[in-house]
Design a protein around this ligand. Structure first.
Ligand code: NAD
Length: 346
């Protein structure tokens, strides 16, 4: 079996972990690495990943001639959350005839918020005979794919409610800022109003995928973001939160079919939830026939899961028919543990 040749584009927290995982997989070969960080550019990827050996792959600020179907089968893109921001790179990748897996949250279902960009991506991919997939732990798995898969046994679904309760403590300053951790309640309200505090990115995308997959006919999504006010002192290396300050953001999105709420997704994210007795976990409730209740605890680890999913989907993306895909379109994800895992087809 020929190995699938992978370019890792974006070597931050997620991309560096994906590159390490690609190196562990017999069926994958890491042929290129791209990141704009000056401290990475020109270095051997092995040194950037700190794996104790060189790889003979130099990190480039620009992929240059490497970005060609003659050299690479797929790019794994881990640079941003936003479809519009990713478009210049995406246009180059697809035009070069190379497939793409992106972990940008909005790319999980770009038609949810950017139908014109989704149409352009789909057309470009088809014109050049490649496919592109947006994935990640959420959106891409917990609050959409798992929900859809569980509904597969239902005769009827009246309403879905799913929640992901997680711990933000491992994350860096950008996440603290965009979740409003460490603000006063007044600063939180101002941040939500001016768009600097966004909470979770991906609810419209998850609801769109669920609605389309089941045919629920969601026509409108309403979102609310409330501060999680701490009663106790909490801290991480990046933020300190005193009693009365904001420890996180409780973000809720509801999808309506007409006036009827049919999908409710709940994502309270805070630092050190256990300090106030809050366990983490993922919970899916499907009301209909039969009623289904699924719970995992603690939460499925977000960063590790995103790396795993993006890498595990590579063979499916390379084998897919051309065009823009989402997690509902391709074979179910599975860990790449051996030969047959690379040969599954729809
Ligand atoms: P990060 O900030 O640690 O890393 C991003 C890296 O990309 C940086 O090294 C940066 O220099 C590089 N970069 C940015 N734009 C670039 C460009 N145009 N060309 C080359 N390099 C570029 O971020 P991260 O934690 O690795 O996450 C990456 C993105 O994935 C974030 O936006 C994050 O929100 C998203 N994400 C999504 C999911 C999901 O479930 N879908 C899960 C985790 C992360």
């Amino acid at each position: 079996m020929r190995k699938i040749r992978v370019i890792q584009w974006g070597l931050g927290a997620m991309g560096s972990g994906m590159a390490r995982l690609v190196l562990e997989k017999d069926g994958l070969e890491l042929v290129g690495a791209v990141d704009m960080r000056p401290e990475f550019v020109g270095k051997d990827l092995g040194d950037v990943l700190d794996i104790g050996r060189t790889l003979g792959v130099q990190v480039q600020a620009d992929p240059g001639a490497m970005l060609d179907r003659a050299h690479a089968d797929v790019v794994v893109l881990a640079t941003t959350s936003w479809t519009a921001e990713q478009m210049p790179d995406l246009r180059r990748i697809l035009t070069a005839g190379v497939n793409c897996v992106s972990i940008a949250e909005e790319m999980a279902s770009p038609e949810a918020q950017h139908p014109e960009l989704a149409a352009e991506i789909d057309a470009l991919a088809k014109a050049h005979g490649v496919s592109v997939l947006g994935t990640g732990v959420n959106p891409g798995f917990v609050l959409d794919l798992l929900v859809v898969v569980l509904s597969g046994v239902c005769h009827r679904v009246d309403r879905i409610e799913a929640s992901r309760v997680n711990d933000l403590s491992p994350y860096g300053p950008t996440v603290m800022r965009t979740q409003g951790v460490g603000t006063t309640p007044e600063q939180f309200a101002a941040g939500v109003a001016d768009g600097s505090i966004v909470g979770h990115v991906g609810f419209p995308e998850s609801i769109r995928m669920i609605s389309d997959a089941l045919g629920l006919g969601v026509t409108r999504v309403e979102e609310s973001r409330e501060p999680i006010i701490s009663k106790v002192y909490r801290e991480t290396p990046h933020v300190q939160v005193g009693p009365g300050m904001v420890a996180g953001c409780a973000h809720i999105a509801t999808g309506f079919a007409g006036d009827k709420p049919v999908v409710k997704l709940v994502h309270p994210q805070q630092i050190h939830p256990h300090l106030e007795g809050q366990d983490t976990g993922d919970y899916i409730h499907i009301f209909g026939k039969p009623e289904i209740h699924m719970a995992t605890g603690p939460e499925i680890a977000g960063g590790i899961a995103t790396m795993g999913l993006a890498v595990n989907m590579i063979p499916h993306v390379v084998a897919a028919t051309p065009g823009l895909k989402n997690m509902m379109d391709l074979p179910v994800p599975a860990a790449l543990m051996g030969d047959t895992a690379y040969r599954r087809r729809v």
